[in-house]
Ligand binder design. Structure first.
Ligand code: ADP
Ligand code: ADP
Length: 228
């Protein structure tokens, strides 16, 4: 589903990615674990093509995205959902407007939008908050809204950039369990980056440890934990 092969990226005097190869299989939750500065964000940005690597290959759903033109890129990106540490909701829009935004952009009609937004809010357990504004919600509820929005365009892949890092421990578990449920029920492939081992052990099938722009360990989480 996602395949990185010998991906390299330098910023002037910093090597952010130093020959990264990894494979995320369809239907799995894959975690990239590493401390701050390891290259995690850079890696994630190469997958949704916000960043072009200096060399190497990035394939998403069989498509080599490092060489796509702007038009093709837009289409590919629309098939990738994204959630962030700080949610990135539009403050002065209601929950339902935030969730419906990708549908509005893709040109869906009003009735279709309404039905799909109701369905999405139901999936994340926020049907009663449709008319609320982000400022009236808790952090966990805001992240649920962001997850619903990320799913609006029915993506094959969800990318998570430290989605639980700003949340307290109980809310973290609640959001991780929601992601796990979406993975199981929708067959959604999830690639997440995190600096917390507990995120990996709770929901990931496979993981890679990133250090100094290199993958130092990778495999099934059960096998990684069993290694002394
Ligand atoms: P992580 O997400 O694991 O914290 P990053 O991918 O953000 O790591 O950063 C990896 C390295 O690349 C760090 O040393 C960081 O300072 C550097 N870096 C990231 N983005 C840029 C940029 N736009 N310009 C210069 N250096 C960058
Ligand atoms: P976050 O933790 O939310 O990813 P960061 O502080 O790591 O935020 O990075 C914020 C932005 O700054 C990113 O776009 C990243 O590419 C850029 N950045 C990170 N490190 C550097 C750096 N050393 N020099 C220039 N830009 C950087």
């Amino acid at each position: 589903m996602i395949e990185l092969s010998d991906v390299r990226k330098r910023y002037r005097d910093t090597t952010a990615l130093d020959g990264v190869s990894l494979t995320v299989r369809k239907g799995e939750v894959f975690g990239v674990l590493g401390r701050s500065g390891a290259g995690k964000s850079t890696l994630l940005r190469t997958v949704n093509a916000l960043e072009r690597p200096d060399s190497g290959s990035v394939r998403v759903n069989g498509v080599e995205i490092t060489t796509l033109g702007a038009g093709e890129l837009r289409k590919t990106r629309a098939r990738i959902g994204m959630v962030f540490q700080h949610f990135h909701l539009v403050r002065n829009r209601t929950v339902e407007a935030n969730v419906g935004l990708p549908l509005r952009i893709s040109g869906a009609g009003r009735a279709e939008r309404k039905a799909r937004v109701a369905e999405l809010l139901d999936v994340v357990g926020l049907a009663d908050k449709a008319k609320a504004f982000p400022g009236q919600l808790s952090g966990g509820q805001r992240q649920r809204v962001a997850i619903a929005r990320a799913l609006a365009a029915k993506p094959d892949v969800l990318l998570s950039d430290e989605a639980t890092s700003a949340l307290d421990p109980d809310t973290t578990v609640e959001i991780l369990d929601l992601l796990r449920r979406l993975n199981r029920e929708l067959g959604l492939t999830i690639l997440l980056i995190t600096h917390e081992l507990q995120v990996v052990t709770r929901i990931c099938d496979s993981a890679a440890v990133l250090d100094g722009g290199r993958v130092t360990e990778t495999g099934r989480v059960a096998d990684l934990l069993a290694t002394p």
